[in-house]
Design a protein around this ligand. Sequence first.
Ligand SMILES: [Zn+2]
Length: 489
Amino acid sequence: MGFTFEVKETDLLGRVGEIGVGGKTLETPYMFPVIHPVSQLIPTQELASMGYRGLMTNSYIIRSRRMEEALDKGIHSLLGYDGVFITDSGGYQVLEYGDLEIGYREVAEFQARIGSELAVTLDRPTGYPQSRPVAKSTVDYSFQNAKATLEEYGDRKTVWVGPIQGGLYGDLVRKSAKALVGAGFGFLALGSPVQVMENYMFSDLVDMIMAARRAIPYSTPLHLFGAGHPLTMPLAVALGCDTFDSASYVLFARSGRYMTRSGVLTLQSMKYLPCSCPACAATSARELTEMEHRERTRVLSLHNLHVLREEIEACKEAISEGRLWDLVEEKSMAHPRLRDAFARMARYSKDLEVGTPAIKDRGLFVRSTLDLLRPEFAIAKEKLAGAMKKSSKAAMIVQGEGAETEGGDAYGVHPVLGPYPAELRFQYPFSQTEAAQAQNVPPDPKKVLKAMGYDRVTAPPSGQRKPARSRRTRRAASPSPRASSAPPR
Ligand SMILES: [Zn+2]
């Protein structure tokens, strides 16, 4: 079975892409809802009608509970769903139940025979907390199984997904990812983020994802196991995770937790339902509270699935508009630990340049000091370094129509980057940046220019400065339609 991954649009390390597998396609970023193969609270057909074109389920549970039927019918007929199935190996259950009869061969043979499009090879989740020797043993065990599976079952229609383990040990994660790439895996999955996220260790999550992402080719898709939270998904997408799986929609629902795009609420203390999805539109907070537990869980699950889908769509739209940074930043305001994680992400700004377009349709906002680390500014800084050339004895800081000057080199002033040659005015993002006054701390333009060796630096009197925009010259000077100097929105 062929496997393709086509990247369509990028921002930071996030991308909108398309996975092609078994003649089916999935647009990414994508979250696979996890379903129980024996009892489904939400019928698979209903999930399909909500727009979920791929599901994850556990091959170990199918094997132990419905083996004959699954081998006879195949997974799609068994579960009444014709979208993409990714099956987990059930490595956790194998360990938990001490099932010594199950090795990588049994797991792979079964997944291939029931017709999973994507299947994770038998692994051992590292978990958290974990000692280094145990973490290393999970990496070795998972890798040996993965390599052997690919060698022996690589010709099957099922596409094998290589599980990266190592937990919070960055070097082990790196080693694990590199080894899987070397063995020939074209789709990798990063394990063990669940407990890390449950403990609000989002900064560690950032390091963990980056350790994996740095070790694998940019064109290789990365799955993040068990990550289905509307607050952390944009962060993971920005760091280069393409797909997710999660049972959070139903786990949260069971304990009466109601997802929103800005956090999780507890039904018990809610008076209103701030959502207009079909599930919420048909009920009220009070009715929902009084419902019988199973029905309430069902309604809450449907609502949570709706929110998760919305979040994924928001990530795609943000990538397409070049505002993924802004989306991650907005989410970071929901919790101090998320704010820390956003700051950690900003430290990887250099890595984030890879997928950040050099020209964007939207202007850039500077709302906090962290925004000064946006990769767009680093890219512009490189452009600026080559353009700061002295060709006269005098420099003039100019604004607006006054840009055409005689007898001196003309400079504009960027709120973050400081002085720049006026001819860059219509190149992104020199005049397309809007900074909050409190964050407006550019280098003193006069000092910078004097340091370049100018004898004289003149500037318009303060209070008379106008934004450096002129409709007439903008049209003439725009290098391409995409570089238009549209004001920030
Ligand atoms: Zn709803």
